[in-house]
Ligand binder design. Structure first.
Ligand code: ATP
Ligand code: MG
Length: 579
């Protein structure tokens, strides 16, 4: 492709509306342009990078025996009513009524369509296992569309659905997809982690996310430095403390009521008592709208609402209102405590290890000092209820020696084992080998293609622009021609190299523009082409061109005739061109 003919309207200035590096660079490098909030046009350069990712995804899916199809974005309400998600999905689902007053939505995901297909087409165990996939546009009216392609309202996803005869077989399909996903992100040249994850709106029982590590990531992950345990902070487990009894001190002073007027926050109270926040117990009164429960958490820890919800078996968790706190504890909000409280009480198991602590006294402006678990108050239920954090002990390590490390990540892929959640609702069944009708066992598997591209940039850039990993770069090589107007040889050599590279099927961008060297170099750096071949008057006088990698400082001079064979070999070795 000649730069002069290609549509690359790069920008010098960083656009004000873009908060993240990938969003800024995608705008500056002329990959995307905004149309509406969370809606973008992909410019030619952006589309090329996107297609590169799609090709890798497609090759790996096909290699694993998955069948590609294309399902519609337009989906009838009736199918969404069958799954119950027409009511469940809320405003993220974009709905509309057609001219015949029939209701539709724009698909945010395709479980409904694919399960409907399966119930009509799959009859027998002989057709299974089956994995169907597509690379297709999705619509979600996100509350906060942002960061460019990272969180759009219209975006491209690879989604796949597996159908199996049993749970066991479904887990084999899940495992296969897990491996396929690892290969895909490895081939994209990304540094990622596979983490245990929540199942969210899709539903199901087992789930992993694929997270590209980047400081700007919205997600927090915890990874064990010893075993392979990695999990999203939303559910990352914390090891139960070894000590089963509170630390025994010789003489623990008696519990004592202390006036703490107006002091209710952890910081205020710990400052008042001149203690560290880990010597204080937070007492929270929570409800699901019907029942109430007391939760105890060490002062310096954060409650993990998801863990608590699982533990209590509730559908949702809310903090009780000040009125209800008064009614149930007798005290004011901010002064709750476990002493003389007769509600169900669950404590995070950090509390197991605590000695005498500061707790609320269930009276306005009062706290207890030296409140001791087992003496002044009694807890019957201990569990892992708090947010994990950097330095916590791994719950999965057999030798108990692993420590969790915290990372930021961008979720680029998500896989779920669905069980028979959808097939049951849709009565999607098959005849088993012994002639019985059984529900299809399902799994679903998504990769955000545009988000993967954005994540690649978040992970690979410098102050001058994008530094594409070679496998997903929109072009592999850029020929930068300098001084072609003054020197005909420069133009001849550049054109010759360009044509030879094209014949070799090297993906090459030929910067044939009549521009200053500075402009050409900064554009090449901005759009991030991995290998730059510079053809200049001085180099040509010695029959040489300059070779430079975008991710390195040094340059290398090379005789003109060696360049194409060298690049061919290099790219072929990495499986990036066919010889
Ligand atoms: P998130 O928690 O980030 O909203 P999700 O759990 O809703 O993601 P899934 O339903 O699992 O996402 O979708 C599969 C993949 O699609 C995600 O891993 C992500 O890469 C991508 N994706 C999801 N929502 C968006 C979006 N709004 N814009 C771009 N990509 C998205
Ligand atoms: Mg989402």
């Amino acid at each position: 492709m000649r730069f002069s003919r290609f549509f690359i309207p790069t920008l010098r200035e960083t656009p004000g509306e873009a908060e993240t590096v990938s969003h800024q660079l995608m705008l500056r490098a002329a990959m995307i342009r905004p149309v509406a909030s969370g809606v973008f046009t992909l410019l030619p350069l952006g589309l090329r990078a996107l297609r590169k990712i799609e090709v890798i995804v497609r090759q790996e899916m096909d290699r694993a025996g998955c069948s590609e199809l294309l399902m519609p974005a337009l989906q009838p309400k009736e199918l969404w009513e069958e799954s119950g998600r027409w009511a469940e999905m809320g405003k993220e689902l974009i709905r509309f009524t057609d001219r015949k007053e029939r209701e539709f939505c724009l698909g945010p995901t395709h479980e409904e369509i694919v399960t409907d297909l399966a119930r009509h087409e799959i009859r027998s165990y002989r057709q299974l296992p089956l994995i169907l996939y597509q690379i297709q546009v999705k619509f979600r009216d996100e509350i906060r569309p942002r960061f460019g392609l990272m969180r759009g309202r219209e975006f491209i996803m690879k989604d796949a659905y597996s159908f199996d005869i049993s749970k066991e077989k479904a887990l084999e399909s899940y495992e296969l997809m897990r491996q396929v996903y690892c290969r895909i992100f490895e081939r994209c040249g990304l540094n990622f982690r596979m983490v245990e994850a929540r199942t969210g709106a899709i539903g199901g029982k087992l789930s992993h996310e694929f997270q590209v590590l980047a400081a700007s990531g919205e997600d927090t992950l915890l990874t064990c430095d010893r075993c392979h345990y990695s999990a999203n902070i939303e559910l990352a487990e914390v090891r139960r403390p070894d000590a089963e009894e509170p630390k025994q001190q010789k003489r623990i002073p008696e519990i004592e009521l202390v006036e703490t007027p107006g002091l209710s926050s952890v910081e205020e109270v710990s400052a008042f008592f001149r203690i560290a926040t880990n010597q204080l117990i937070k007492t929270l009164i929570v409800t699901d709208g019907r029942e109430y429960s007391v939760v105890l958490i060490r002062g310096d820890r954060q409650l993990n609402e998801f863990k608590l919800q699982q533990y209590l078996g509730w559908k949702r968790i809310e903090m009780a209102s000040p009125e209800k706190i008064k009614e149930t504890t007798g005290g004011d909000v901010g002064f709750s405590g476990p002493v003389h409280l007769s509600l169900r009480m669950a404590a995070d198991w950090d509390i197991l290890e605590m000695g005498p602590a500061i707790v609320g006294a269930n009276q306005r402006g009062k706290h207890f000092k030296n409140a001791l678990q087992g003496r002044d108050f009694h807890i019957s239920e201990f569990s892992d209820l708090r947010m994990a954090q950097n330095g916590d002990r791994c719950a999965r390590c057999k030798d108990a020696k692993g420590v969790l490390k915290e990372y930021r990540g961008i979720e680029v892929g998500h896989i779920f084992y669905l069980d028979i959640k959808y097939s049951k609702a849709f009565q999607a069944a098959f005849l088993s080998a012994d002639g019985k009708e059984q529900s299809l066992e399902m799994g679903c598997y998504g990769i955000g293609i545009g988000r993967t591209m954005a994540a690649a940039i978040e992970q690979n850039h410098d102050e001058r622009g994008i530094v594409w990993p070679l496998p997903i770069a929109p072009f592999q090589v850029i020929i930068t021609e300098l001084g072609a107007r003054e020197n005909k040889r420069v133009a001849e050599v550049s054109t010759g190299l360009y044509e030879a590279m094209q014949s070799a099927r090297i993906e090459v961008l030929y910067d044939d523009r009549d521009e200053r060297a500075g402009v050409k170099f900064s554009d090449a750096d901005l759009i991030g082409v991995p290998i730059r071949v510079t053809v200049s008057v001085r180099g040509i006088s010695q029959n040489q061109v300059e070779l430079k990698w975008r991710n390195r400082q040094d340059v290398e001079m090379m005789p003109v005739e060696q360049v194409v064979p060298y690049l061919k070999e290099l790219l072929a070795k990495r499986g990036l061109i066919l010889l």
